[in-house]
Design a protein around this ligand. Structure first.
Ligand SMILES: [Ca+2]
Ligand SMILES: [Ca+2]
Length: 264
């Protein structure tokens, strides 16, 4: 037996070991570099690709909670028609105002039927406003349904007969009690009110309007010629100094008022 025949088994064993080691390294390397596909579980047990997609969607989703802002609402100051032309200017953070609406004061909801995509149009008033001063309110909304604050028009005088507007308020003169009087019990609270056209209503208050003493409309039993009357129950007020106020309105809506101070 020569030396080659003794070495062959050792060489064969070494070759087998080397091949096995190479095979292990190749398999191990292939496993580590295999990308995680949509259907292959990552460490957390969830598809890696889907997880990334959800995260991106969440970051890009923005809720619009900012309402539009109206900067201008144009109407005529006098109208001889019940149809009032108007023009609204509004802006929104999204860049797009999707709706406009005009009302006589009621705040709309986003689903009201009166919304229009046009910033200008005509609002038709009821016939009852003829001869009166009044205002309209404009609102704007965005695609998310956010509604702006009300923006009031300038005062509009509606006169179908073509007359000139009454801008003169009533005259008001409290006749009882007198300023500085000391009063007790239930006392008459009277005021003389006149107007160039006609008086409509007189309101009586105490403590800067905090206490409603009464109301007297023209033609009621509490009204005789230019005198309007209510009764002040001083037992409902604390002892001391109190303001008494009268507010009078004419039929056009012009207002005037007077204050006096009494001691209880
Ligand atoms: Ca908005
Ligand atoms: Ca008047």
């Amino acid at each position: 037996m020569n030396s080659n025949s003794k070495q062959n088994p050792i060489i064969m064993i070494l070759l087998v070991v080397i091949l096995a080691l190479v095979a292990y390294l190749v398999i191990n390397s292939t496993t580590k570099t295999t990308p995680v596909g949509e259907n292959q579980s990552a460490a957390a047990g969830k598809p890696k690709t889907n997880s990334n997609t959800k995260h991106t969607t969440h970051n890009n989703f923005v809720v619009d909670t900012i309402a539009p802002v109206i900067t201008s609402f144009t109407t005529p100051s006098t109208s001889h028609s019940l149809s009032i032309p108007y023009s609204i200017v509004a802006t929104d953070d999204s860049g797009i105002v999707t709706g406009y609406i005009v009302t006589m004061g009621t705040r709309p909801t986003a689903s009201d039927l009166g919304w229009t995509t046009s910033a200008s149009g005509t609002y038709v008033l009821p016939a009852s406003v003829d001869g009166k001063m009044m205002t309209l309110n404009a609102y704007a909304k965005d695609a998310a349904g956010n509604i702006s604050n009300a923006f009031s028009s300038p005062t509009i005088y509606v006169t179908l007969s073509g007359g000139t507007p009454d801008t003169i308020p009533p005259t008001v003169n409290i006749t009882s009690p007198m300023d500085g009087d000391v009063v007790s019990g239930i006392v008459p609270f009277t005021v003389s009110v006149t107007d160039n056209i006609a008086v409509k209503s007189v309101y009586f208050y105490a403590d800067n309007g905090a206490i409603n003493v009464g109301r007297c409309d023209a033609g009621q039993a509490c009204n005789s010629l230019s005198e309007y009357k209510a009764y002040l129950d001083t037992t409902k007020l604390t002892p001391g100094m109190h303001w008494l106020t009268v507010q009078a309105y004419d039929t056009t809506g012009n207002e005037n008022e007077q204050w006096i101070q009494v001691t209880i």
